[in-house]
Ligand binder design. Structure first.
Ligand code: ZN
Ligand code: ZN
Ligand code: ZN
Length: 360
């Protein structure tokens, strides 16, 4: 996450709705990628989910016929707001969802709702298992379903322990499911021999192995012994699609985490820790893709900065009596999977509108 500033110079955060220094209402403009002051005649209005329910701080153009912001327009189903508890859980869910959308837009991946674009659009169903017991968090044909109860910390922690996970967050769910959506949008229609598709198989394995059987085996037997050398989480070992989803979620987590640290001035150059030097092959793309040593080095430098900063964050977390903030280890094989995720992100980036650079 980048650092935001108010027109008055005060620092604002991604979730800010009000500037405490100049006492003005503020909100995030996803088009401009900035926090703006909300002023009469200023050309922007608050999303109705913000003005009516206080669950959104995004803005849209005052002249727009739409009432909801870009992120809220992607909702197909929202929870039943008869219960106050649902409103609280929904607010947390929307916050996590906006953070996912922010990072995807920052990466240059365009997003439209399924209502706007039935073929490649994305929509969200946010539903509680209390009102619909068959609901599970997942992705199907451009619709991400999130079980609202996952926003309840106790519920989520119980699930985490039962599933033997070392980390389970709402934002992690959104990031994970976005990987399934992007796979379908960008990779599923490619031919079997397309280099991007072959690269996927080289890193993650054959995705045509039976998914239901693979997940059944995973939930019965757990991950294979020694999974830590090949996968970022035990769940990633269940099936190539899940390995991809866990890897992509992790790629977004590092992207956001590192951007946050560095934009707020936590720089690796200031750390007393030596940089962990990964072997050069950790930055390699699959052999089917063009070898690009410069890009590989840039990727490795990025990953090494995160490994250093996250070990600092873990120590801080221990200092205040909490367990590690970032309970992950990145072996070479996982680094190579992250490298491919990074490559995909660059391929999927939409070209920015051409800017004319004046000749000197
Ligand atoms: Zn201000
Ligand atoms: Zn909104
Ligand atoms: Zn999944």
């Amino acid at each position: 996450m980048q650092r935001f500033t108010c027109d008055c110079g005060n620092i604002l955060f991604f979730g800010s709705t009000h500037c405490l220094k100049c006492d003005r209402d503020v909100g995030y403009d996803p088009e401009a990628g900035k926090m703006l002051r909300l002023e009469p005649g200023g050309g922007m209005k608050r999303c109705e989910n913000g003005s009516e329910h206080a669950v959104c701080n995004w803005l849209l153009s005052a002249g727009s016929p739409e009432k909801l912001c870009l992120a809220c327009r992607m909702n197909r189903t929202i929870p039943d707001l008869k219960w106050g508890r649902n409103l609280m859980l929904w607010g947390r869910t929307e916050m996590a969802k906006r953070r996912l959308i922010y990072t995807l837009l920052q990466l240059g991946i365009t997003l439209q709702s399924k209502a706007m674009n039935p073929k490649t659009g994305l929509s969200f169903d946010i539903v509680s298992t209390l009102s619909n017991p068959t609901v599970t968090t997942g992705h199907l044909n451009g619709v991400i379903t999130v079980n609202l109860e996952e926003a309840d910390d106790t519920y989520r922690q119980i699930n985490r322990q039962q599933l033997g996970e070392n980390s389970r967050t709402l934002l992690g769910h959104f990031r994970h499911e976005s990987a399934h959506y992007l796979w379908q949008r960008f990779l599923s229609d490619l031919t079997w021999e397309d280099p991007l598709r072959m690269a996927f198989r080289e890193r993650f394995g054959d995705e045509w192995q039976d998914y239901a059987i693979a997940l059944g085996n995973h939930y019965q037997q757990g991950p294979p012994a020694g999974w830590e050398t090949d996968y970022i989480t035990g769940y990633a070992a269940s099936h190539p699609w899940e390995d991809w989803a866990e890897t992509w979620a992790h790629y977004l987590q590092i992207t956001d985490g590192l951007e946050t640290c560095e934009s707020l001035g936590i720089q690796v150059q200031h750390m007393a820790l030596p940089l962990v030097i990964l072997p050069v092959e950790a930055g390699f793309l699959p052999t089917i893709l063009k070898h690009d040593p410069v890009a590989n080095d840039a990727f490795l430098a990025w990953l090494q900065r995160w490994i250093c900063l996250s070990s600092v964050l873990n120590e801080v977390s221990n200092s205040i009596g909490e367990s590690e903030l970032y309970p992950f280890v990145i072996p070479v094989k996982v680094a190579q999977k992250l490298r491919l995720a990074h490559h995909y992100a660059q391929v999927w980036r939409q070209p920015k509108k051409a800017v004319k650079v004046p000749l000197k």
